[in-house]
Write a protein that binds this ligand. Structure first.
Ligand code: ARG
Length: 413
């Protein structure tokens, strides 16, 4: 594809380090769609004849059908999905295939394909997060009156309801969805026509290709368009932030499922057993969601460090943009699905939660507030009195409402 000025071929190590086909083959659908849009535009503009345009479109259909049926072949000599497709097209339709790459470079091609892929990933994340919100709001509705202890420092603080607690995660997910929506707006511009870096002298129609591929408009600066991976970083940042939320929810379930808490019985479908301890039911899915968050943050870090300090325009370092995004997207989709199943199918042991809310003097703040409103005592003093009440209750091994009134009266005369 580029051997004209070369005398020798690449060494084995060059072929291996250069090849992105092992991972970028997942872009084949986006690559075919972008090539179809591009050649249709070249035909409409009279840059490629109607006959060649039709031949190329037909050939691309055949290549796509082969990929669909047999997978994408991995030939390192063809480097990437773009050259693999063009090479197969040439084998199928002959010299007309050589016209497809008119007014195009792999640099604007890969930027376009990758944007299309990340756009799908954003849409999938949004659908998954909408389902998680639905599961949260459903359980929150069922448990609007189920009392549980609320914690600060993981110490019993004040009574809350399970519904209140679950809806906190609904809010986090709402913010996550807005971050993805925001990223999608910035992403949705089409780099095609930027060519290698400087645009092209051919009379192309960039609005046409942008519209065909569902973009809002073409990108504005060709140097930026071929070297911008902000859209991938935006996606990873939103995914990393969301994975932190998912890991916090996972951690709550892990704590709640442990025997001393016993607030939930996790669904069998999302738990595993132990090979030695027959009684064990381990919250592996939740632990893996907690673990995956670390890996997703790692993927974000990897791409940030890859992009750091790169001069304009395209550099081959940028080929390394895809593995972290693909890895993070896979881990992220699994994490969302696992947490959605967990929220929906967990047995919430509201009796245990209620009992726990009665321990730890969770209503002490309410007693202090009562002294303020009923006895007109300044809050600081009420706080102090209530502290003494708690101390007495602790000494006697009683709950606040079990303390005898004469004992209570002695505290504040
Ligand atoms: N495989 C390359 C990538 O993923 C495509 C662009 C290559 N462009 C180039 N000038 N070598 O980034």
């Amino acid at each position: 594809m580029w051997g004209g000025r070369f005398e020798g071929g690449p060494s084995a190590i060059m072929r291996e380090i250069n090849a992105s086909i092992p991972f970028d083959k997942v872009l084949w659908q986006q690559d075919i769609a972008a090539s179809r849009a591009h050649v249709t535009m070249l035909g409409a503009q009279g840059i490629v004849s109607g006959e060649d345009t039709a031949t190329i479109l037909d050939g691309l259909g055949k290549v796509a059908a082969e990929y669909e049926a047999n997978g994408v072949p991995e030939d390192w000599d063809l480097e990437d999905i773009h050259m693999t497709t063009e090479n197969r097209l040439a084998e199928l339709i002959g010299p007309a295939a050589g016209r497809l790459h008119t007014a195009r470079s792999r640099n604007d091609q890969v930027a376009t394909d990758f944007r299309l892929w990340v756009r799908d990933a954003i849409d999938q994340a949004d659908a998954g997060l909408a389902a998680l919100q639905k599961a949260l709001v459903t359980q929150a509705g069922i448990h609007a009156d189920s009392i549980m202890p609320g914690f600060t420092h993981l110490q019993t603080a004040q009574p809350v309801t399970l519904g209140h607690h679950l809806m906190a995660y609904y809010e986090m997910v709402a913010r996550d969805r807005s971050r993805f929506a925001d990223a999608r707006v910035r992403l949705n511009k089409c780099p095609l026509g930027s060519a290698a870096l400087a645009g092209t002298g051919f009379p192309i129609d960039r609005v046409m290709t942008a519209e065909t591929l569902g973009f809002d408009s073409p990108t504005d600066n060709s140097l930026d368009a071929v070297s911008d991976r902000d859209f991938a970083l935006d996606y990873l940042m939103a995914a990393a932030q969301c994975s932190l939320h998912l890991s916090r929810l996972a951690e709550e379930f892990i704590i709640w499922a442990s025997q001393p808490f016993g607030f939930v019985r996790m669904p069998d479908t999302l738990s595993t057993g132990s090979s030695i301890m027959p009684q064990k039911k381990n919250p592996d899915a939740a632990e893996l969601v907690r673990g995956h968050a670390g890996r997703i943050v790692g993927c974000l870090t990897a791409l940030m460090v890859t992009m750091k300090g790169l001069p304009l325009a395209y550099s081959k370092d940028m080929q390394d943009d895809k593995p972290p995004v693909f890895e993070a997207a896979g881990l992220f989709a699994l994490s969302i699905a696992a947490m959605t199943g967990m929220v929906a199918d967990t047995a919430y042991r509201t009796d245990r939660m209620h009992q726990a809310a009665e321990l730890g003097y969770a209503t002490a703040t309410d007693l202090a507030d009562w002294l303020v409103t009923q006895a007109d005592i300044p809050f600081r003093e009420a706080h102090h009195i209530t502290g003494a009440v708690v101390k007495l209750a602790e000494q006697q091994g009683l709950a606040l409402d079990q303390l005898p009134l004469p004992d209570l009266s002695l505290i504040h005369i």
